[in-house]
Design a protein around this ligand. Structure first.
Ligand code: SF4
Ligand code: SF4
Length: 444
């Protein structure tokens, strides 16, 4: 299918509720209003055990490339690039089959973590470094996740976002990638993957590195759910991440020996940004008099989790210290950009990359590394819970009331036209059984 660029593509994107599907949820009509020279499709997918982007490319390459072409036309970009790991042979073959007529440059990336980080990707593909605390468009680039591009291509022909591609993996009987109606419960999604293979699973939503931990099977799938990774409750990773923040801080305060491994392996530091988690760790000890000073070295951290889950030999929590430092900087109304010097990657940056296999080994999840093939089944949920904040910006407000009948794809909530945000559409046909400020429930 070749999409044509309609007039007002950004209006169509907005009306279709297209937001960043890689996890950020930023409304795409705002992003595409920029003028840049390069657009990059982000198919780098580096979170352990997640395979949804590769599956999307393998199964919907033509539409993803249509979306990339639309992004280029909307932003005025003359250069179309595709970042993908060299190991994804099947996906690359599909891109090569559909790509040549679309002038797309393939950037084949190594199998490292975190290759999919925008700062990493823009540098790998274009050689440009995004300014500290800046955006890709400041170096003439717009980056979109491959699912976002697929949704954009469909929005151009009038299809709103009603489903989400999600990998269900880890301790499940049949790891797979599904296209799930928004609002389906985690429990129902996990059952589609054959159910949990352990009695008491903990679920990492969005991945083990950058995701969050939950045990709540009633949570709904949203526009930013990329994957559900199940691990047994007694898995070391679950135990580590379940610790309360006060305990993480207490251990850090007493055990950090300032070895600085967390900094020396930090991908942002290695790219040339002034992130130094070992200095941020000092905030834990100097909380009464020094945190205002030490917090700045966490401000450019992207929360990739590598320092906490891979680099620190003491198994401390420098990433969490950086998260707190960033919150502290926000409270103080301060921003750290580093010294006023040209950015330059560390001379050892290449040699200190973290191979995904090694990371999975360290995390104790190698046994769960399996394919998660696309399963294109039809879903017939009994009910869906559609959250009104599935995107960056203001939550949407309901346009329907309990008792109303809705059709699949009908707009049921929206934000004001002058607000950052996106509308929400019904993912199934049925009757609205409740509508609050937080969510709308539709029963089939
Ligand atoms: S790697 Fe761990 S022990 Fe070393 S400085 Fe960082 S937080 Fe402290
Ligand atoms: S989480 Fe740690 S390793 Fe990752 S960017 Fe932040 S400080 Fe660096």
């Amino acid at each position: 299918m070749t999409a044509t660029v309609p007039n007002g593509i950004t209006t169509r994107l907005r009306e279709a509720g297209v937001v960043g599907a890689g996890g950020a949820g930023f409304p795409v009509h705002v992003k595409w209003a920029a003028r840049v020279d390069t657009v990059i499709a982000n198919g780098a997918e580096c979170e352990p055990l997640l395979h949804k982007d590769a599956e999307i490319i393998e199964n919907f390459a033509a539409e993803v490339l249509d979306g990339l072409r639309l992004a280029a036309e909307a932003t005025g970009a003359g250069r179309l690039c595709f970042g993908i790991k060299a190991k994804k042979k099947g996906a690359i073959a599909e891109l090569e089959k559909h790509g040549p007529s679309r002038r797309v440059e393939l950037s084949l990336l190594g199998d490292y973590y975190p290759t999919g980080d925008e700062f990493e990707l823009v540098h790998a593909v274009t050689g440009r470094l995004i300014p500290p605390a800046g955006l890709p468009l400041e170096v003439g680039v717009v980056v979109n996740n491959v699912e976002t591009l697929l949704n954009a291509a469909r929005a151009a022909s009038g299809q709103p976002v009603t489903h989400k591609f999600v990998t269900i993996a880890g301790a499940v009987a049949r790891p797979a990638t599904f296209r799930i109606p928004l609002g389906v419960s985690f429990g129902e999604a996990i059952e589609a993957a054959g159910g949990s293979t352990v009695e008491r699973p903990a679920i990492f939503v969005g991945g083990v590195m950058m995701g969050r931990l939950t045990r709540d099977l009633s949570e709904p799938i949203t526009k930013t759910t990329t994957g559900l990774i199940l691990l047994p409750e007694d898995h070391h990773l679950v135990e580590r991440m379940s610790r309360p923040v006060t305990s993480k801080n207490r251990i850090g305060k007493s055990a950090c020996d300032q070895c600085s491994y967390c900094t020396e392996l930090c991908p942002r530091y290695l790219l040339g940004y002034d992130v130094q988690p070992h200095k941020v760790m000092r905030t834990l000890g100097f909380s009464a008099l020094g945190s205002d000073f030490w917090s700045k070295w966490g401000d450019l951290c992207c929360s990739c989790g590598l320092c906490t889950l891979y680099s620190c030999p003491e198994e401390l929590y420098p990433k969490e210290a950086c998260d707190q430092a960033k919150a502290q900087m926000r409270r103080l109304g301060q921003k750290w950009r580093g010294p006023d010097l040209p950015l330059e990657p560390h001379p050892m940056a290449e040699g200190r990359r973290v191979p995904l296999k090694k990371l999975e080994q360290k995390l104790g999840i190698l046994e769960y590394e399996q394919p998660a093939p696309f399963d294109g089944r039809d879903w017939t949920p009994r009910l869906v819970r559609l959250l009104l904040k599935q995107h960056a910006g203001a939550p949407a407000s309901p346009l329907v009331r309990p008792g109303d009948r809705v059709t699949a794809g009908q707009k049921i909530a929206d934000v004001k036209s002058d607000q950052l945000g996106a509308p929400v559409h019904a993912s199934i046909a049925g009757r609205v059984t409740s509508a609050s400020e937080k969510e709308i429930v539709v029963e089939a």
